[in-house]
Design a protein around this ligand. Structure first.
Ligand code: 5GP
Ligand code: MN
Length: 323
């Protein structure tokens, strides 16, 4: 499929269902915000549908938009479905995956994750892009709709860029990323307010939880350049854990001199969620896919394991030579 087909599809369909992955991060939320603004500019009706509730710090970005969390009882009338910032139906969780797979609507993917599943009619997948919002910007360029980028859309696009690039520091950032930012600034977007909304919204308990994790829960393997950090359900409860409180915590490990791989393990009611990060010549997505039923990007991946925290840590430690 070529880009003209995408433009035709956008213009032909009037009821846009805009979806993103479970555990929406800044890029997921930024992407749906930008795409909803595009729907508005094209006089389309739209609905943003999340698999689960976004973290509190991301909700202000959705103010005044039509969004909801997936409900198995609800009907989602749509003639076109957008899959933003995910590469497979499994990324939205079982219940919502059913809707995505069985929808008879035209489907469009806009994403930057490797190895996309061919579940959409049009797949705009650019794994070089630093964020899905960068893919969206490139797509607007290719269909000639960059004039629709207003301040509201720019905020979403910028949110995705900042959060998926560690504030513009990862290798995925390019000259083109900065050219895109220049255009976003021209809309009147106040970039410092976006940084503040993302990074200056700590609660005291969140800071204490993060301090505790660094002070008490770091396990280092200096010969391997790997650091692990874990938090049990009890520890999370002790610091009044709220969704989003551990976001980015795994990156602390990579900030230690001599460490190239960090793993954060978080115990949940269902099992243990693992977050992998790396840099340089070390990659984590294959490891996450092979051993922990997950995947992701070369330098940022996730996975999941059933079992209690200690047993998953033991399992992981046995495998460290493969990481
Ligand atoms: P996080 O550690 O922030 O949860 O996830 C890091 C990256 O890994 C995300 O960008 C996401 O794309 C990917 N990821 C996280 N969990 C999974 C998973 O279960 N499956 C796959 N395929 N990718 C994941
Ligand atoms: Mn992303």
């Amino acid at each position: 499929m070529t880009q003209p087909d995408l433009k035709t599809a956008l213009l032909q369909h009037n009821h846009w269902l805009i979806t993103t992955h479970k555990g929406p991060d800044g890029d997921a939320v930024g992407s749906v915000v930008a795409w909803a603004e595009l729907a508005k500019q094209n006089n389309k009706s739209y609905q943003i549908l999340f698999a689960d509730q976004p973290a509190a710090f991301l909700c202000p970005f959705l103010d005044e938009l039509n969004w909801s969390v997936f409900d198995t009882q609800a009907n989602y009338h749509h003639d076109i479905l957008f899959a933003l910032d995910y590469n497979a139906p499994s990324r939205v969780g079982d219940a919502m995956a059913h809707l995505i797979i069985n929808s008879s609507a035209f489907k469009v993917m806009l994403d930057h994750h490797p190895d996309p599943d061919p579940f959409c009619d049009i797949m705009v997948s650019n794994i070089q892009a630093c964020s899905t919002t960068e893919v969206i910007y490139q797509t607007l360029q290719s269909i000639g709709q960059t004039e629709f980028i207003n301040e509201a859309m720019a905020k979403g696009l910028y949110l995705g860029l900042v959060t998926d690039t560690g504030s513009f520091r990862f290798p995925s950032v390019s000259a083109a990323t900065h050219q895109m930012i220049a255009l976003l600034f021209s809309t009147g977007m106040q970039h410092h307010l976006i940084h503040e909304a993302i990074y200056d919204v700590n609660s005291v308990t969140r800071l204490q939880l993060r301090g505790y994790a660094v002070a008490e829960k770091l396990k280092l393997f200096p010969q391997k350049g790997i650091g692990l950090m874990s938090l049990s359900k009890e520890e999370l409860a002790r610091f009044d854990y709220q969704k989003g409180d551990t976001e980015g915590l795994v990156n602390v490990i990579l900030s230690i001199e001599g460490y190239q791989v960090g793993v954060f393990l978080m115990e949940t009611d269902e099992g243990v969620k693992l977050s992998f990060r790396s840099k340089g010549t070390r990659y984590v997505n294959e490891f996450a896919r092979t051993y922990f039923n997950g995947g992701g990007h070369k330098y940022a991946a996730g996975g999941f394991a059933v079992g209690d925290l200690q047993s998953v840590i033991n399992q992981l430690e046995e495998l460290l030579d493969n990481l």
